[in-house]
Each structure stands twice: as structure tokens, then as C-alpha cells.
Design a protein around this ligand. Structure first.
Ligand code: NAD
Length: 496
């Protein structure tokens, strides 16, 4: 059985006294490896490596940094199939979807290849007589990236290409449930020519996270995960004087207005509700059917959902298993609760027959109708293949539901009415909005992030907000001494 080790200063490191956790292939239920769980001492080693590498990396020319980024991009593009297979074997999502995840991460690498343009400062000649002013942005120092299980490659890639391109050194703490993807990335960086110590990986749990949050050499923390942990990381990290962006959980609503094309809306609901077994922070989990269309729409969704093939993601199926047995049981518990609270069970995933060997953590797509806002299938982030249909009389009622929700990550409206869509875009209190697009994940050159309990901090990931997060601004005022500058003046210069 393989042991998944930390990657520190350009090499694997395996302290003998490590605690370990099992890593499982969710499609077979079999343990495939053991991941080392870092002690504070191991985290300190990784941070020391990042701190030692920082001075030389921040002074490495932009030309050289971008050459390395381009090499990394080329290697990733050529070999992304390997990374996708690792993701499927530890996360469970189907291979196509894993490839999609890598491609979306690659787009951030491509964005970061353009960093010289993004780091250009401003310059003002003669701000005062023979006095010039210019601005620069500099890296913040060693940074920490702490990521969730559901996108083991893409979520870390929202951050590290921009962090590295802007001259920072990095310590990544991936999810202990699917840790191998980031190790594969570490080896690829080495092959691309990144100096040792610029990209480090520590595996672990709360002990590793807490050590990063308290470590004085770590200057910023980029976290993605569930809302309670995001809030904890934000509070602890900022209390220790770091800048923190902590992206949390979600409950994403899709509104369907009566004028929408119901076939296209049903396709979108199935794809966005059940893709990656609902384990996406941008998954649609609540569909609000407005104005008497619910019977027809629910029938269309159910008809399409019945055609989905559930099984091992390496077998060309549409939907894989959930990540762990415990998570499968938790989601099944929500289905029980939904039924007990009086929602109509249109499709029940608990009876699924999966195309897989062994004892995988499968749960079929589940569809509830007549869900009301007091039910736990509506209030809670389930993070599984469970789609709840809520019926609303009017657009205003549907909008009020979304705006009352404590989360504000993604949302979508389906309509052919441009005026309604425009109103929605303006009125909805959510960070990422789709108009006839069910999962509106922004492109790498925009920034990804939600509102309310879906994001603690004020910087979204990648795009210009990412560049801003990983750099500090400095403004320089210059004069080259000249006789006209002589004389004493103890006042504040005015209109000079
Ligand atoms: P999680 O919060 O359990 O874990 C995230 C990270 O925090 C992991 O690295 C984990 O090791 C660490 N962690 C867990 N418990 C901790 C503790 N007590 N103290 C310190 N660190 C701890 O999340 P998960 O189950 O891996 O991922 C699913 C969650 O992530 C969902 O809520 C999903 O919505 C959210 N998510 C959000 C986004 C977004 O962009 N907003 C994107 C992806 C996932």
C-alpha cells in the first residue's frame, strides 16, 4: 500500500513518527493508500523551506518566472489525463468531469502566464514640480492554501499559479480525503524548473491547519471548504495578522420562470444537480419553479434523470460515488428526513444499482418535489445528488427565498424575458449569477467567490482580485535634486 507523503523543499519527506489516515477509492470501497498527517514540526519545516526560498524567488525576473509558468502549462496540458485518473480514483467523480476540473484549473495557469501585464504599476510624471510618483505591487511572502476534497486539483489551482507568478512561495494543505493530486502537481512544478522550496505540500488535518494559521512566517491564507471551518480559519488567521480569503459552503438556487424553455431548463437542472454527485460548491440543490410549471418541469427532470448511468467513474458512467462511506450515510439521512417531513419523493437514490466492483459509496440521484423552506433538505447544504423542487407563485417570492438564504455562492435564472433576467441580476444577493447558465463559474480572468456565508474576507479567487490578494501595493515619490528644490519648509507641501 502506498504512503502519501509531504513534499518539502523539492522532495518527499516522510517523518517516521507521522500519524496517518486511510485514503479510499470511493468506487470500490477499498483503501488505496495512507496519507501522512503532519505534526506541527513537519508544518514548521515546510514553512521554513518556503521562507528560505522566498527572497530568491521574489527577485527572480518576471521573464524567468513566466518561462517556468509556460513550461508548467505545457506539461500539464500534455499529461492532464494522468491527473484526471488520480482524481477519479480518490474522489470518485467520472473521468470526463475530472478532466474538466483540470482544464478549469489550467485556465488559471494560463491567466497567470500573463502576469507581467497584470503587475504593471502606474506612473505619474511631474505630480509636483520635478517630482514623479509610481506604484508597484510586491509579493506578500510565504502563503498558505488549504483546500477541500471536492476539487482536489482545481481549487488549489485557483490560487497557486497566481501566488507563484506574483513572486510568493507556497505551502498547500490539500484535503486528506484525496491528497495525491497535489503531490502530482508538485512533481510537475519541479519538472517545469520551479526552484525547490517555492511549492511545498503538507498533508494533514486540524493540527496542520492550526499550525499554518498561527505561524508568523505565513503572510496570507487562502481557504476553501465548509462554512463553519471557513469562518474559523478567517477569524483565527486574521487574529494572527494575516490576510485571509475563506470561501465557504453553498445552497444554490435555480429559478425557472413560466416563459422558460422547460426542456433546456430540465437538462440544466439534471446536469447541475447531479454532476459530480452533487459534490460541487456550485451545484444546484434547490430549484424554484415559478407560476404553475412545476408538474411539467418535474416530469421532464425525472424522465432525464432515469437515463443516467451510475457507477465507477472509470467505466464511462455519468455519475460516480460519494467521497466516503460516512458522507454517503449522511446524505442518505437527509433523504430519510425529507421523506419524513412530507416532501414528495419523485426519485429515491437509495435503491441505486451501480456499475462497479466491490462496495462503493453509491447513492443514486434523488428528486424531491413540494419542498418547503422549513425542511432540512432545503435549509442544509447536503452536498450530494439530491435536488429539491420548491414551488413559488411569483418571481418576487422566488427572489425573496434566495435573498433570505444565509449562503450566497451561485444562482441561476431560466427565462426568455430579458427584463426579468436583468432585474434578477440587479436584485439577487449572490456572488455568481447565471442567466440560462446553471453553473456560472467565472472564467480565470474574472474572480470566483460568493457573498454572505459563502465567503469570509473581501477577496475572491483568481482574476485581478487574486493578483491583488497575493501582492502588497507600494507608492514611490521621487525627485532628483535640483536647485529649485532648495530651502526649508516645515509645512505640508501644497500645489508645489
Ligand atoms: P471541510 O471544511 O471539511 O475541509 C476543508 C479543509 O479544511 C480540508 O483541508 C480539511 O482538512 C480542513 N479542516 C477540516 N476540519 C477542520 C478543522 N476542524 N480545523 C481546521 N481545518 C479543518 O470541507 P470539505 O468537506 O473538504 O469540502 C466540502 C465543502 O467545501 C462544502 O461545504 C463546499 O460547499 C465547500 N466548497 C466551497 C467552495 C467555494 O468556492 N465556496 C468550493 C469548493 C468547496
Amino acid at each position: 500500500m502506498q504512503t502519501i507523503q509531504h513534499w518539502i523543499n523539492g522532495a518527499y519527506s516522510s517523518p517516521a513518527d507521522s500519524r496517518h489516515a486511510d485514503v479510499t477509492n470511493p468506487a470500490t470501497g477499498k483503501v488505496s493508500g495512507r496519507v501522512a498527517l503532519a505534526s506541527a514540526a513537519v508544518v514548521n519545516d515546510a514553512v521554513a523551506a518556503a521562507a528560505d526560498a522566498f527572497p530568491a524567488w521574489r527577485d527572480t525576473s518576471l521573464a524567468r518566472r513566466t518561462q517556468i509558468l509556460f513550461s508548467f502549462r505545457e506539461l500539464l496540458n500534455a499529461r492532464k489525463g494522468e491527473l484526471a485518473a488520480i482524481i477519479t480514483s480518490e474522489h470518485g467523480k467520472v473521468l470526463d468531469d475530472a478532466l474538466g476540473e483540470v482544464s478549469r484549473g489550467q485556465e488559471v495557469v494560463e491567466f497567470a502566464c500573463g502576469i507581467p501585464h497584470l503587475l504593471k504599476g502606474g506612473y505619474t510624471e511631474n505630480a509636483s514640480t520635478k517630482v514623479d510618483v509610481h506604484s508597484i505591487r510586491q509579493p506578500v511572502g510565504p502563503v498558505a492554501i488549504i483546500s477541500p476534497f471536492n476539487f482536489p486539483a482545481m481549487v488549489p489551482m485557483w490560487f497557486f499559479p497566481v501566488a507563484i507568478a506574483t513572486g510568493n512561495t507556497v505551502v498547500v494543505k490539500p484535503s486528506e480525503k484525496d491528497p495525491t493530486a497535489v503531490n502530482w502537481v508538485a512533481e510537475l512544478w519541479k519538472e517545469a524548473g520551479l526552484p525547490d522550496g517555492v511549492f511545498n505540500v503538507v498533508h494533514g488535518d486540524k493540527e496542520a491547519v492550526d499550525t499554518l494559521l498561527e505561524h508568523p512566517e505565513i503572510k496570507s491564507v487562502s481557504f476553501v471548504g465548509s462554512t463553519p471551518i471557513a469562518k474559523y480559519v478567517y477569524e483565527k488567521g486574521t487574529a494572527a495578522g494575516k490576510r485571509v480569503q475563506a470561501l465557504g459552503g453553498a445552497k444554490n438556487h435555480m429559478i425557472v420562470l413560466p416563459d422558460a424553455d422547460l426542456d433546456l431548463a430540465a437538462d440544466a437542472a439534471v446536469s447541475a444537480g447531479y454532476g459530480s454527485a452533487g459534490e460541487r460548491c456550485m451545484a444546484i440543490s434547490a430549484l424554484v419553479a415559478v407560476g404553475g410549471i412545476a408538474d411539467e418541469l418535474v416530469a421532464k427532470i425525472a424522465e432525464r434523470t432515469r437515463t443516467l448511468r451510475i457507477g465507477d467513474g472509470l467505466r464511462g458512467t455519468d455519475m460516480g460515488p460519494l467521497v466516503t462511506k460516512a458522507h454517503r450515510e449522511k446524505v442518505a439521512g437527509y433523504i430519510e428526513a425529507g421523506e419524513a417531513s412530507g416532501a414528495t419523493v419523485v426519485l429515491d437514490g437509495r435503491q441505486v444499482k451501480a456499475d462497479a466492483e466491490g462496495d462503493g459509496f453509491f447513492l443514486g440521484p434523488t428528486l424531491f418535489d413540494n419542498v418547503t423552506p422549513d425542511m432540512s433538505v432545503y435549509t442544509d447544504e447536503i452536498f450530494g445528488p439530491v435536488l429539491s423542487v420548491v414551488r413559488a407563485e411569483t418571481y418576487d417570492e422566488a427572489l425573496a427565498l434566495i435573498n433570505a438564504n444565509p449562503y450566497g455562492n451561485g444562482t441561476a435564472i431560466f427565462t426568455n424575458d430579458g427584463g426579468a433576467a436583468r432585474r434578477f441580476e440587479n436584485e439577487v444577493e449572490v456572488g455568481m449569477v447565471g442567466i440560462n447558465v446553471p453553473i456560472p463559474v467565472p472564467m480565470a480572468y474574472y474572480s470566483f467567490g460568493g457573498w454572505k456565508n459563502s465567503l469570509f474576507g473581501d477577496s475572491h479567487a483568481h482574476g485581478t482580485e487574486g493578483v491583488h490578494f497575493f501582492t502588497r501595493g507600494k507608492v514611490v515619490t521621487t525627485r532628483w535634486l535640483d536647485p529649485s528644490h532648495g530651502g526649508l519648509n516645515l509645512g505640508f507641501p501644497q500645489n508645489a
